[in-house]
Unconditional design. Structure first.
Length: 400
């Protein structure tokens, strides 16, 4: 028996074969139908879909035999995948020097006829064969040969589809794991923030009791502001904590709220310098939507407007209108503005303009991307109009 031939790209071929995760999988009707058809078309009793790894030949489908695998060195298919031919045909194995003393020919199986089509994937690697076998001497006519080649291509198509499904399932699994990690982080972060906020609240309330005895009106006003802000932050953290445990709450947990009251609550969470004026909508609109979503959007936009200004008098104007289908929010400032080439990029994750704010700090690139991602979930959109040196206006539309 001759030496077992190896394809020139054997190492890469084996790596490609492994990527399909096909070995030792269960029988599948789709593949069995193709071997049944191959057997009928070629008029032979046995048809196989085989894959060949380093040591063995394994049958994904075995029509006409109960055998499910073979040693690679005894396999006719090993020769088929090592050749560059579209099909290998052996009419009488006893007359072929490669197989005359092969136990598959001389032993109980008594193989005489073989025809095998290499299963070549989209990268050019022969992974195995679709083959037909008879215990009698046979030949194939041109129509049978062409049909066997077509069936071989169908096997490869099904194989590629299975690999793509496996890839998508793995990608989906990785994404779910990533989302679970993010949710766990958000939950932990919200919990960790809540504890010091509670301490600040208790301390502020204790200080207020003492200051009431001293009747220091200035200190009392500051403490009232501190207490109100802390309560608002704790409420926001509670909402974030609930959302981190169940992201669907963002869409399902809708409520009726007044826009201006919500804006006032958000402003109370921010440090607003004396030279910054925030103008609320003239009409107080009633909205039925996710309050936490509006809070997050306003918190990020107002924070940016406060930070990135170089005017002696900074004016931030909030406008709002609605129609039958959309809520439309606009936040305009007279700050430093944004150059036109960055109008799309500023919404990308971790993108920053590499400039410092009024506190001499650089941005993280998280705020606007968070708003963008949030709006995507909410079936909303955002874009900016800006003239450098004159200010920027962010336009938001959220589907009701």
């Amino acid at each position: 028996m001759c030496t077992t031939p190896l394809p020139e790209n054997e190492a890469d071929r084996l790596a490609a074969l492994q990527s399909y995760n096909i070995f030792d999988t269960a029988e599948e009707k789709d593949f069995d139908q193709l071997t049944s058809l191959a057997s009928a078309i070629c008029g032979v009793p046995i048809a196989l879909i085989t894959f060949i790894d380093e040591k063995r030949q394994w049958f994904k489908s075995h029509w006409g035999t109960d055998i499910t695998e073979n040693l690679r060195e005894l396999s006719f298919c090993t020769h088929a995948i090592a050749s560059n031919d579209e099909i290998m045909i052996v009419s009488d194995a006893r007359m072929d020097d490669r197989f005359a003393d092969n136990p598959m020919v001389t032993g109980p199986t008594q193989v005489r006829f073989y025809a095998g089509v290499p299963l070549v994937n989209e990268d050019g690697y022969a992974l195995g064969t679709l083959c037909v076998i008879d215990l009698q001497i046979q030949t194939l006519n041109p129509l049978q040969i062409e049909a066997l080649k077509v069936l071989g291509k169908q096997v490869v198509d099904k194989l590629e589809l299975k690999r793509k499904v496996l890839y998508l399932e793995k990608a989906n699994h990785d994404l779910l794991n990533s989302n679970m990690l993010i949710q766990k982080f958000a939950s932990t972060a919200a919990h960790d923030i809540k504890n010091p906020l509670s301490s600040i609240l208790l301390t502020s309330q204790a200080l207020k009791i003492r200051q009431e005895k001293l009747q220091d009106e200035g200190c009392l006003r500051l403490l009232d502001l501190n207490i109100t802000s802390t309560k608002n932050l704790i409420e926001l953290v509670e909402e974030m904590l609930a959302y981190s445990k169940s992201p669907s709450l963002l869409l399902s947990n809708k409520q009726q709220f007044e826009l201006n009251r919500l804006v006032t609550k958000v402003v109370s969470m921010l440090v607003v310098p004396a030279n910054v004026q925030i103008i609320l909508p003239e009409e107080d609109h009633s909205i039925y939507f996710s309050a936490i979503a509006f809070e997050q959007i306003l918190l990020n936009l107002l924070s940016n407007a406060i930070r990135y200004t170089n005017k002696p008098k900074s004016i931030i104007t909030i406008r709002f209108e609605q129609d039958d289908d959309f809520y439309r929010l606009e936040v305009e400032d007279n700050g430093i503005g944004i150059a036109e080439q960055f109008h799309e990029k500023i919404f990308a994750n971790n993108f920053t303009l590499k400039i410092t704010d009024r506190y001499n700090e650089k941005g993280s690139g998280i705020g606007l991307s968070t708003v963008k991602n949030l709006l995507t979930v909410l079936n909303g959109s955002i874009y900016v109009k800006s003239v450098p040196g004159e200010g920027a206006a962010f336009f938001i539309a959220i589907k009701k």
